[in-house]
Write a protein that binds this ligand. Structure first.
Ligand SMILES: [Zn+2]
Length: 273
């Protein structure tokens, strides 16, 4: 599932190819991918617009348009945005094409049909409730400590809550908790000041490493050029099969469900004490 590093990579690698290009048409193979406004309005608002920039907020891509409106895209579980020659035949998992002037177009590939797109005037309509960006200056150890106070939910569930912190999903939450040596079931508010600092550093480290390796292609994530990312080769516990050994101590990695998400951890390095 694309998380902050995968979405950031998509943004970075799309940007030089699409900046200042015009949207000349929209093809929808699965119209429910459009969440707002109506499908007709979505297409008519996009056609003729120039793409003036791309940003990211949490796991959302935000395309700035010359009208001042924004196109917001969420890749959800299985989405990728691909840059393809306009003449290329779309594969069966392409749900939408944004046709651009020039020789390539943007294709939204989404095997499980969970992705979503919006065109809105004010991006806060879609991304307004997200928590702080973990790689920006607004996110500090002090802020993390303050936001964790009185949280009784397991720290793993807290990290997945997009209103608590934006952009972290199942893979990077498991990696951050392993790097910080914190058991995923510890109540968020029970972390000591030292553990909060370790978790803060671990979040930054695993996300920057993910971006540096251009995202993790454990499943269906592709970069815009169709290549895979390499971040999953650096994973210590995430997506390990039960029975695989901890790279630090050799203990068998365990997998438990937390809020219905498979959670991988080392019971020795991340002891519940
Ligand atoms: Zn271990």
């Amino acid at each position: 599932m694309p998380e902050l590093p995968e979405v950031e990579t998509t943004k970075n690698e799309l940007l030089p190819h699409i900046l200042n290009r015009h949207i000349t048409g929209v093809t929808l193979f699965w119209s429910q991918i459009v969440r707002r406004p109506s499908v007709e309005e979505f297409c008519s608002h996009l056609i003729g617009q120039r793409i003036t920039g791309i940003g990211r907020r949490g796991k959302y891509l935000i395309f700035n348009l010359s009208s001042g409106e924004v196109l917001i895209i969420h890749l959800r579980m299985t989405g990728s945005l691909l840059l393809k020659p306009a003449s290329a035949e779309p594969d069966k998992f392409i749900r939408a094409i944004l046709h651009l002037d020039g020789e390539s177009d943007i294709r939204f590939r989404d095997p499980r049909k969970l992705g979503a797109m919006w065109v809105v005037e004010d991006k806060s309509e879609v991304v307004g409730k997200l928590g702080p960006e973990p790689l920006e200056a607004v996110f500090t150890p002090q802020i993390l400590k303050k936001r964790l106070q009185n949280r009784t939910a397991p720290i793993k569930a807290v990290l997945l809550d997009q209103s608590f912190i934006a952009g972290i999903g199942n893979m990077y939450a498991d990696e951050a908790l392993f790097a910080a040596r914190i058991h995923p079931l510890r109540p968020g508010g029970s972390l000591s000041p030292d553990e909060v600092k370790r978790l803060y550093r671990a979040i930054q480290q695993v996300l920057w490493s993910g971006i540096g390796n251009r995202g993790a292609s454990t499943d269906t994530y592709f970069r815009p050029d169709g290549n895979k990312g390499a971040a999953h080769f650096q994973f210590q516990v995430a997506h390990r099969l039960s029975g695989n050994c901890c790279p630090v101590c050799g203990t068998a990695i365990e997998r438990i469900p937390i809020r219905n998400r498979g959670t991988y951890f080392c019971p020795q390095c991340q002891a519940l004490t």
